[in-house]
Ligand binder design. Structure first.
Ligand code: GDP
Ligand code: IMO
Ligand code: MG
Length: 441
């Protein structure tokens, strides 16, 4: 850790009260910061692993994406599909943060809070949402679907939640932030300015223009419900880090959907990689086979009985949209690429149990043709022909196995091949959706 800079009393006095409240602000200790990132095209089981790691965390932070994410947590209260609230919510001692990088659909957030409260999980004094987070407006969702429709057979296959359009408005200085939503006069002024522009585009694309008064009425109610959670989390996190609290950053999506590093243009709008310097560990969530929803290349896709079997056993249907996920064999070259870009220090290998029923299991170790594992542009991968290595299956259930040494030999071989190929140690192995189905190696 870098040595804190000494600030003389004279200067401390000149700092605004919040920052001068102690030395925490100048001594960000991130040695207890862990980041969880998906390594494929999303749905790797991040929710399950974040829930597990939250038992030993003080703060859980969502830092990008929106309600295109669907993270599943299975516990004694039931099965929860989390879209915006960090999955560490089920441990009452944890605090929950949604930073400026996240885009918020207010109704989804309100519904999620209500669902949790109905199950006895309170958010009171635990949830901090950045006033800088951008708000998804009805025209974002409508434009998302109009863009898809107008792209025809070249559509992206988005979740339809308005994610691309809201991030586009953010970077083109036309966004509405949470701080605007909770200031009635500002909010009214902003939609009066932006809605006519959006309606022109909507009409040009064949859509029906939206009503100003309807949006105003609806969003005024959302503002009232969310106002109490709006607090700049930067100071909350800085103070926590200064006190040596354990902070867990919950990534959404997967590196192969990252706007820069993913299979562009078949990606999502946000940066999947967090911009946190000094993080101590990065756990890459790696599914034991491959899936993706929506369009775009999936070199190891099995559009046949094998893919159907993976979908059926793995229950591979989108947590957000319910769409069937495309399934295929594990792509070791792509996961190695993700591990490097993401700086993984450990892997949580999930859904290993899904492979128990396969006599042979294949893994792609590279490609023939021009789809090498550097520069994974959509075009390269479309033409890529995977080169497979075949493993013998273990042919028995992994239920109730809680230690690595008790795993079948063939399963250990599969795991050890993945870690040697990806060059990152496999630290956790998940063998079912529930909290207890996990081997901590
Ligand atoms: P996320 O978006 O990465 O959090 O993943 P999703 O929740 O969208 O999808 C993962 C699905 O697999 C969920 O239904 C989980 O309950 C389930 N799951 C997670 N880990 C395991 C596992 O090890 N085995 C099995 N069979 N299911 C798992
Ligand atoms: P979690 O957090 C799987 C995919 C969509 C589509 C592309 C763009 O649950 O892993 P978008 O709506 O983001 O503009 O769609 O990205 N996508 C996901 N696929 N899991 C996700 O999140 C996803 N988030 C976005 O299916 O192909
Ligand atoms: Mg998901």
């Amino acid at each position: 850790m870098t040595k804190p800079v000494h600030i003389s009393k004279k200067y401390k006095r000149e700092l605004p009260p919040r920052e001068s409240g102690g030395d925490f602000f100048w001594q960000m200790n991130l040695s207890k910061t862990t980041v969880v990132i998906g390594s494929q095209w999303g749905d790797e089981g991040k929710g399950k692993i974040v829930d597990f790691l939250s038992a030993k965390s003080d703060f859980i932070v969502r830092f990008h994406g929106g309600n295109n994410a669907g993270h599943t947590v299975v516990n004694s209260l039931g099965t929860f599909k989390m879209h915006l609230i960090p999955c560490g919510v089920f441990y009452p001692g944890t605090k929950l943060v949604i930073t400026h990088g996240v885009v918020i659909d207010p109704l989804t957030l309100i519904k999620e809070i209500k669902t949790l409260e109905k199950s006895g999980v309170s958010l009171e004094n635990r949830l901090f949402i950045s006033p800088r987070a951008h708000i998804i407006m009805p025209y974002h969702r409508l434009l998302d679907s109009l863009y898809e429709k107008n792209k025809g057979k070249n559509k992206t296959g988005t979740t339809g939640r308005g994610i691309g359009p809201v991030y586009a408005d953010k970077v083109s200085y036309m966004g509405i932030r949470l701080e605007d939503l909770v200031s009635p006069a500002v909010f009214k002024e902003k939609i009066a300015l932006y809605l006519p522009i959006k309606n022109k585009i909507i009409k040009a694309l064949g859509g029906k223009p939206l009503s100003f008064s309807k949006i105003l009425k609806e969003y005024t109610l959302y503002a009232r419900a969310l106002k109490k959670y709006v607090t700049e989390p930067y100071f909350v996190l800085a103070e926590a880090a200064g006190k040596g609290k354990r902070i867990l950053y919950e990534g959404a999506h997967g590196i192969l959907l990252d706007n820069d590093w993913g299979t562009y243009p078949f990606v999502t709008a946000s940066s999947v990689l967090p911009d946190i310097s000094g993080k101590s560990s990065v756990i890459g969530i790696v599914k034991a086979y491959s899936t993706r929803v929506g369009e775009g290349p999936l070199p190891t896709e099995q559009a046949n009985g094998i893919g159907e079997k993976l979908r059926k056993i793995g229950d591979e249907y989108g947590s957000t949209t319910g769409r069937p996920r495309r399934c295929g064999w594990f792509d070791a070259a792509l996961v190695r690429f993700a591990a490097r870009v993401g700086g993984f220090t450990g892997i949580a290998l999930t859904k290993l149990d899904v492979l128990s029923d396969f006599k042979t299991i294949k893994v792609s170790v590279g490609y023939r043709g021009n789809g090498k594992n550097q520069g994974i542009s959509g075009l390269d991968l479309k033409k890529a022909k995977p080169v497979y290595r075949t493993f013998k299956g273990w042919g028995k259930s992994l239920d109730n196995i809680t230690s690595y040494k008790n795993l079948p030999t063939e399963a250990k071989k599969y795991i050890e091949f993945i870690e040697s190929f990806v060059q990152v140690p496999v630290k956790y192995i998940s063998t079912g959706p529930s909290r207890s189905a996990l081997i901590n190696r």
